[in-house]
Design a protein around this ligand. Sequence first.
Ligand SMILES: NC(=O)c1ccc[n+]([C@@H]2O[C@H](COP(=O)([O-])OP(=O)(O)OC[C@H]3O[C@@H](n4cnc5c(N)ncnc54)[C@H](OP(=O)(O)O)[C@@H]3O)[C@@H](O)[C@H]2O)c1
Length: 271
Amino acid sequence: MTADFGMPKMGFGTWNRDKETTYRCVLDALDIGYTHIDTAPSYENEDAVGKAIRDSDIARNSVFVTTKVDPHDYGEGEVLPAVEKSLEKLAMDKVDLLLLHFPSLYDKYPLKSYVSQFIEVYDKGLTQHIGVSNFTIKHIEESLPLFEDRPIYTNQVEIHAYMQNKPIVEYCQSKNIQLTAYSPIARGELLGDKVLTEIAQSHNATTSQIALAFLLSCGYAVIPSSDKRARIQDNFDAAKIDLSAQEMLAISALERGMRLNNADYCPLWDV
Ligand SMILES: NC(=O)c1ccc[n+]([C@@H]2O[C@H](COP(=O)([O-])OP(=O)(O)OC[C@H]3O[C@@H](n4cnc5c(N)ncnc54)[C@H](OP(=O)(O)O)[C@@H]3O)[C@@H](O)[C@H]2O)c1
């Protein structure tokens, strides 16, 4: 069973949370009204996400669940067993969205090999949608012929006011690939920003809400994370804020290429 709907624009991220915290936060998020939860095998909390969904008052078909395939599992014959392991941990027969978490680290595996295995998983029906994460233009260009008529549902990439990632955004939009913005409040780095804070004051909102409202107004899905119920609620309420064209322009001007997810195995973003 999967969600009865497509990917909600407001999601909840679970990276860097231990199992106990994940369980509590996902229960809070579902109670507040989030209907989209993002996890990954490398977060080591898929079991806690699955348990929180089961223990909540929300039916499985009312939650959009994303997990990923870890690039360490891209070897020949490794993708399907890795996805089966994720489903076992989540205790689900199928997820709503499955992403390739990264292009192969240091190009260890040929893209054709792991993308083809990924497509086989989709064709077997283990996920409602398939997409990618941290893919650059080059990676998507190489992948598209392999996907044939199967849509690349989203590219989940770092996007926030300080790193707007315009070349990959525009490329994905030209190919009808939705954008999902990870680290949407720049892990707190932009909370002291003067422009965002002034806009927040004029809306009687928080800086975090303005940072999220900006991305939502751009049409992206967002997956902020917090382990505090009040902030989980605060972030959820960002969807109610309408920014003016002038405010959108002022926030666009904050771009400074401040990449946070910059381990040496991460592909370089297009500029
Ligand atoms: N695909 C990928 O490679 C990838 C990479 C990174 C992240 N992600 C996904 O994206 C999700 C979000 O990204 P992220 O965790 O890197 O960054 P983020 O959501 O931008 O920031 C999270 C940080 O901001 C704080 N925060 C959250 N809401 C706040 C609020 N309203 N006011 C003040 N501080 C607030 C949190 O602290 P507290 O917990 O103390 O509130 C936490 O330290 C992840 O959980 C994960 O699901 C995916």
